[in-house]
Design a protein around this ligand. Sequence first.
Ligand code: 13P
Length: 249
Amino acid sequence: MRTPYVAGNWKMNLDRRAAGELAAAVRDHAADGVHVGLFPAMVHLDEVTRITAGSHVRVGGQNCSDQVSGAFTGEVSAPMLKDIGATVVLLGHSERRHVYGETDAFISSKVRRALEDGLDVMLCVGETIEQRKDGQTETVCRTQLAAGLDGVERSALERVTIAYEPVWAIGTGETASPEQAGAVHTYLRGILAGMYDDDAAAAMRILYGGSVKPSNAKELMAVPDIDGALVGGAALKPETFLPIIDAAR
Ligand code: 13P
């Protein structure tokens, strides 16, 4: 059985105080049965890991470098994230791919680096609206998944979570229907089975992200291949995020 996983990607939002208050509210709500993750801005990781220490909440960076250290101005390495108490990193988010031009090869090198340096990875994949209309959804998701996991050993897979985030559903209020999302999740699990084996694919969690809110979380996560949610806007307030955690129970 795959334990449901609900994560909040705070993106470039919240000041230190608001981040701390939100982290405390999530910490006080998190309990056995659902894994809860928080991805605050880098500058708030220290505060959020301190507040959630010893709780059920896992904390991660929204990105990391593919290098360990050195002259890489503006970058943060996986060992630095680990050192500050993060246990996971979000990689391949569509905003990194489409706003900052990160390629599959670059994301792949970050995935390997992060796993090697002891962080878990949440790897995001998803198609744009043009790609969906063009019938490219499966090809795009398969390519991103295969590239992202290139060189990742089967033994490391238990530290990887996949998030399917259709770009057209992110921050738009438009959610993929349970049928649309479920079809891609099932497809991705099949690809994982082909890349590794059935047991490995069955054990991996695939989260859905894209305008998840309290009103649609339950029906999305009721789909057998949808193992949780990666939440953006609705993760910024306890009143919208905590009910999504409850919906995963
Ligand atoms: P929204 O929930 O705001 O659509 O964002 C989804 C997302 O990008 C999470 O990583």
